[in-house]
Write a protein that binds this ligand. Structure first.
Ligand code: 13P
Ligand code: SF4
Length: 301
């Protein structure tokens, strides 16, 4: 029996469902029941009624799944698959801002640990950050931990005073303007699609800025056939499903998230067989960390 068939058999036996982010390996996206961006996966996780959810992504995604589906068993195929940006803000950054600014909302990118979420007023993802920040009653916003998405929100929502901290995604920040300019020169008809975790110089070169789902839907509906893609290379799998006639060009230094790639079919099989690596969050932390996620789901409706 192939490993894929064994996973399918165990999935049925254990009433399990597989969720995968667009950055995981293509063979995992191929067997997943649901594939999507961070917002889509959070919404799905909240609604699922299966006994077990295997969350194929970095640990903050599994944690968010466990927060939103407290009655389900959420399994993380590799507990070491951690997003470095998810830790890039300290409690004192948040406490200082709360003491300094009246009328402040702490807006937390979902790419953060459960503990960081628990210090925050509302979570956002890259697909709903603009909409949610615009809808908040507060004038002052502390956006944590991603300085790039925070800066993009500040530009797009000028009516708010948006402050950022110093977090960043190393995978998106490594993309260099020079590489994009070279691609634009060799493919002058291509549209350039970028994720807002990229630096300012990259976003200035973009024709479209959006989450992984946004980038995929934009390419699916575009009149163009060639696309320069400024995000993690895992999106290529879904881009090719949606636009089999499309041509996709990634920066030469290949933005690859090594943590997302730690998830393998073998590790999925292992957690399904053993039930190990259950995402567990203490009751006291879960209550505080779930609130900003619930508020995100309400405000994004
Ligand atoms: P989205 O899929 O929500 O755009 O998130 C990108 C990302 O970096 C996830 O780690
Ligand atoms: Fe974190 Fe960046 Fe990897 Fe996303 S791509 S999981 S933000 S390191």
């Amino acid at each position: 029996m192939t490993i894929q068939n064994e996973i399918l058999r165990l999935k049925k036996e254990k009433d399990a469902v597989i969720l995968a982010h667009y950055y995981v390996r293509p063979e995992i996206q191929a067997i997943a029941d649901y594939t999507g961006d961070s917002f889509y996966l959070s919404r799905i996780a909240e609604k699922l009624e299966n006994h077990t959810i295997v969350f194929c992504g970095v640990t903050f995604m599994g944690e968010s799944g466990a927060l939103l589906s407290p009655d389900r068993e959420v399994l993380i195929p590799d507990a070491e698959a951690d997003c470095p940006m998810a830790h890039m803000v300290s409690r004192s950054d948040v406490e200082t801002a709360r003491k300094t600014w009246d009328d402040l909302a702490v807006v937390c990118y979902i790419n953060s640990t459960a503990e960081i979420k628990s210090w925050s007023d509302v979570c956002v993802t890259s697909s709903n950050a603009l909409q949610i920040v615009r809808s908040l009653p507060n004038q002052n916003i502390l956006f944590i931990p991603d300085r790039n998405l925070g800066r993009y929100v500040a530009e797009q929502v000028p009516e708010k005073h948006v402050m950022v901290v110093n977090g960043f995604c190393p995978v998106h920040e490594q993309i260099k303007a020079q590489e994009i300019l070279m691609l634009k020169e060799s493919h002058p008809d291509a549209e350039m699609l970028a994720h807002p975790e990229c630096s300012e110089e990259i976003l200035k070169l973009a024709d479209y800025i959006g989450s992984t789902s946004g980038i995929i839907s934009h390419a699916a509906e575009s009149q163009k056939q060639e696309f320069i893609i400024a995000t993690e290379t895992g999106v290529q799998y879904e881009l090719e499903q949606k636009r089999p006639d499309g041509r996709f060009y990634f920066p030469k230094t290949e933005p690859v998230c090594q943590d997302m790639k730690k998830i393998t079919l073998e590790k999925i099989l292992f957690v399904l067989r053993t039930g190990e690596n259950s995402a567990h969050i203490s009751e006291s932390l879960a209550a505080a960390a779930r609130q900003p996620l619930d508020r995100m789901l309400e405000l994004a409706e």
